[in-house]
Design a protein around this ligand. Structure first.
Ligand SMILES: Cc1ncc(COP(=O)(O)O)c(C=O)c1O
Length: 430
């Protein structure tokens, strides 16, 4: 700690002041003026005080808070190990790179849905693999039938997200993967708290990834994580994250192995801290992010409950709009915590652009799903990819689907306003 006893008294006052600021009544919500966003970072004095304490500790690089967060997050996701990184995109890159290193892979095809977040797919390309794009089904997730169509002798594994928190058919997918000896990486960036067959999403594949960007269920400002039960993979991911070094000391710690200066490298007695065993990056987050995360973790179950409540209310309300819209299919074994409320337009008299413009004018923010069909995006037009089936549902989503927010900042009154806005729009269509 940088501060002494007197400073501690002052610090207590600072904490109290910060808490006081957050206890003030929230700004009044004005319908039609206040934005109803698709995501929201929700934090209070506790997070800010935790960050202040972390900064005052004098440790900027990952230390105690980092280690504690990793342990608690691994427990939450029902995994043995967690590695904090600086974003969900980095998590996907490191998760796949580690598999490449572990199995000494050199190219091959990796199956992924065409309707994906770009940085779920990009590591496949960046690491010299070929994406094999398959269709999604009515759950908006990778289609198991599509996977079967795409598997061939070059296929190495599967990398996909649980779209908007709706669990993929993990029973079927894991059985296909096992039969065909394929690895599975689950992108759980949008799937906090979602379960399949009573098990957490993210506890099925060899590794799983998470994002702590502000729009996500919990936030560290920016950040991400990889979880796994595989200790060899854990070591490789840590090495790749930390410049490629061989040493397994936590950041800021020295000589965990007790043989730090006893390593021989081509006849030279070397410092183990400076031996590199992978071609690494630096993708570490800051200690203060972990300090914020520790407070966010305490609220994670509550955040998930509010999301579930909001999703259920909207689902009930939208029963009156079934003529116009379709909601995603949920697998009978799935218990989703949705990240957003996806709406697929089925009445072709409704023009999506006109509707989202109407909603945005009412201050109800909307998003389309990821990049739609990625094969249509400029960045992917000229890359080497494979498609083994018509991307029929993906194209439907690209043209007719959008989603609205259900984050914990949205209450029942706001949902009534949102539903009324849809009624007004549809009333004008009759
Ligand atoms: C499914 C999915 N994967 C990956 C990411 C990337 O996460 P990040 O923004 O932390 O890089 C996101 C971001 O929103 C996402 O939704």
């Amino acid at each position: 700690m940088l501060f002494n006893k007197v400073d501690k008294i002052k610090l207590k006052k600072v904490h109290a002041l910060i808490n006081e600021i957050f206890q003030k009544p929230k700004q009044e919500f004005i319908f039609g003026e206040s934005p109803i966003t698709t995501g929201l970072a929700i934090y209070s004095g506790a997070e800010i005080n935790s960050v202040i304490d972390s900064l005052l500790s004098g440790r900027l690089g990952l230390a105690n808070s980092g280690r504690t967060f990793e342990k608690k997050f691994a427990d939450y996701t029902n995994r043995d190990k967690c590695i904090l990184v600086n974003s969900g995109s980095s998590a996907n890159l490191l998760a796949l790179d580690a598999i490449k290193v572990k199995y000494n892979l050199n190219g091959g095809e990796i199956i992924t849905p065409a309707c994906s977040f770009p940085t779920t797919v990009n590591p496949i390309i960046q690491l010299g693999f070929t994406p094999a794009f398959v269709d999604v089904d009515e759950s908006l997730n990778i289609s198991p039938k599509g996977i079967l169509r795409a598997i061939n002798s070059k296929t190495k594994g599967l990398l996909f997200s649980h779209t908007l928190g709706n669990p993929s058919d993990m029973g079927e997918i894991m059985s296909i993967a096992k039969r065909n000896k394929l690895f599975v990486i689950e992108d759980c960036c949008d799937a906090y708290g979602s379960k399949y067959n009573g098990k957490m999403c993210g506890s099925f594949g060899i590794s799983s990834t998470y994002s702590f960007y502000p729009a996500h269920t919990i936030t560290l400002g920016e950040g991400g994580a990889i979880t796994t039960n595989n200790s060899e993979l854990f070591k490789i991911i840590r090495s790749l994250r930390d410049w490629g070094r061989d040493c397994w000391c936590d950041t800021g710690v020295s000589n965990t192995c007790g043989r730090r200066f006893g390593y021989m490298l081509d006849g030279v007695n070397y410092d183990h801290k400076y031996i590199y065993s992978t071609i690494g990056y630096n993708m570490k987050p800051l200690e203060l992010q972990a300090a914020m995360g520790l407070e966010q973790l305490k609220k994670l179950n509550y955040f998930c409950e509010i999301r579930k409540r909001n999703f259920n209310i909207l689902t009930k309300e939208f029963q009156k709009f079934t003529k116009y819209f379709e909601l995603p299919k949920i697998h009978p074994k799935a218990e989703p915590v949705f990240f957003g409320f996806p709406i697929l337009i089925k009445d072709k008299r409704i023009d999506r652009t006109e509707l989202v413009k109407f909603l945005n004018k009412k201050k109800i923010a909307t998003r389309y799903l990821f990049g739609g069909n990625l094969t249509c995006q400029p960045a992917y037009k000229n890359i080497d990819y494979k498609v083994y089936q018509k991307l029929e549902y993906t194209d439907k989503i690209m043209r007719y689907l959008f989603w609205i927010g259900i984050h914990p900042g949205i209450n029942e009154e706001i949902i009534t306003y949102v539903v009324d806005s849809f009624s007004t729009y549809l009333g004008n269509k009759r």
